[in-house]
Design a protein around this ligand. Structure first.
Ligand code: NDP
Ligand SMILES: N[C@@H](CC=O)C(=O)O
Ligand code: NA
Length: 371
């Protein structure tokens, strides 16, 4: 009988993705015991939001977490204290970062160096400076280091197998030439609803509100509308394909934030004032309509030329990008092996459940590696 595996998990972030992840985690113990010959004990040892945190001494039923967080008087730990707490936890420690926090992302090397594995949908660590990217993979056991493992499938295309596919292509010696498509669930939803191929469509500002309500947007929707979310995803894919992209602002990125709202303080005020600019988006739509086309927000990395760009383009209504539905992403990999017919991945690119699925699947991968 193999020795049992004990896994100590800390979850930070319990918003749209975090809630769904916790629900998937509560099912995982029984799934793992059916699919693995090694008995695995999963312990949730810490749960935290930006304001509160709960520490568990031992395995706790996950169903009570909302009321426990609410009644907790503990504040969240700093990233350094959290790394310390986790490295002393019984069994193998895993951090699940369901936030979009930059300072937690900046601390990933410290977690990894202390033997803590990380799974996350947070794009910040992989799309900030190239230096941070190098430090992370120099420390990680699935990089060139000896620390914890790190997986981040949901940082691009939510749960769609985008990163794992790209890694498989690269590791098996294919040559990536170009990556292009629709990389934002929010932008896909906005343009599919604002200018459907069948005609009609809602007001742009109203669709932005709906995208937020549906949990597709970043915590602040301006991070989607300014193109930076797509630029971050392209940075991650370009780096995986071998380009040393400096940062997500080192290539052309079109922002849809009206100039007049660039300095608005809060996300709420921004959303309140956005309807003042619906006419401009309507003009854009009518311009495309006159040509029998629709407008969509796309991105591309030309790996051969070492270039990337993000912005609006017009498409014929019969084009696969024009015909996307809901929050669907479509990502095409042009490679030496696939030639002119790219490998294409398509499906929901945002939303709590599909994003949490990618995080939970990464967690399972790490657990299996932590024999
Ligand atoms: N939503 C989606 O469809 C997708 C999201 N992602 C990524 O997933 C991550 C989470 O997104 P989502 O769930 O939608 O965002 P939410 O805004 O719904 O949730 C974020 C959570 O993180 C918590 N948080 C923020 N800062 C800290 C901190 N310093 N310490 C502890 N907790 C913190 C927030 O706490 P509080 O409640 O106190 O504010 C909140 O619980 C983001 O990185 C996003 O880019 C990736 C793919 C798709
Ligand atoms: N805000 C993002 C969430 C997933 O990364 C998007 O809309 O794609
Ligand atoms: Na993905």
């Amino acid at each position: 009988m193999p020795a049992p595996r004990q896994i100590s998990i800390a979850v930070i972030g319990a918003g749209g993705v975090g809630k769904c992840f916790l629900s998937q985690l509560s099912q995982l113990a029984s799934t793992l015991s059916r699919s693995s010959s090694i008995p695995t004990y999963l312990s949730l040892i810490l749960l935290s939001t930006s304001k509160k945190s709960v520490h568990y001494a031992d395995y706790k039923a996950i169903s009570d977490w909302q009321s426990e967080l609410q009644s907790s008087s503990s504040s969240p730990l700093s990233p350094k204290d959290l790394a310390d707490y986790l490295s002393k936890a019984p069994g193998k420690p895993i951090l699940v970062d369901n936030t979009s926090n930059q300072s937690i992302a900046d601390s990933y090397p410290i977690f990894l160096e202390n033997g803590v594995s990380i799974v996350t949908p947070n794009k910040k660590a992989f799309s900030s400076t190239y230096k941070l990217w190098t430090q992370i993979f120099a420390a990680a056991a699935n990089g060139t280091g000896t620390g914890g493992y790190i997986f981040h499938e949901s940082s691009v295309g939510a749960g769609l197998p985008v990163i794992s596919t790209l890694k498989d292509l690269v590791e098996t010696g294919d040559e990536i030439r170009r990556i292009e498509g629709v990389f934002s669930g929010t932008m896909s939803f906005l343009f599919n609803s604002f200018q459907p191929t069948s005609g009609g469509g809602g007001k742009f500002s109203a669709e932005v509100k709906t995208a937020k309500e549906k949990g597709f947007t970043e915590p602040d929707p301006r991070d989607d509308l300014n193109g930076l979310d797509v630029a971050r995803k392209l940075t991650i894919l370009a780096r995986l394909a071998g380009l040393k992209i400096d940062s997500p602002t080192s290539f052309p990125v079109q922002s849809l934030i009206p100039k007049e709202l660039e300095n608005v303080g809060s996300g709420d005020e921004f959303l309140e004032r956005l309807p003042e600019f619906d006419d401009r988006m309507e003009e854009l739509k009518q311009g495309a309509e006159k040509e029998g086309k629709v407008v969509r927000f796309v991105g591309a990395v030309d790996v051969v030329k070492g270039e990337a760009k993000v912005g609006l383009e017009k498409f014929d209504k019969s084009h696969p990008i024009a015909a996307l539905k809901g929050s669907d992403n479509i990502i095409a990999f042009y490679t030496k092996r696939y030639g002119d017919n790219p490998l294409i991945i398509q499906g929901a690119g945002a939303g709590g459940e599909v994003t949490a699925m990618g995080v939970t699947a990464d967690l399972v991968k790490v657990i299996r590696l932590l024999q």
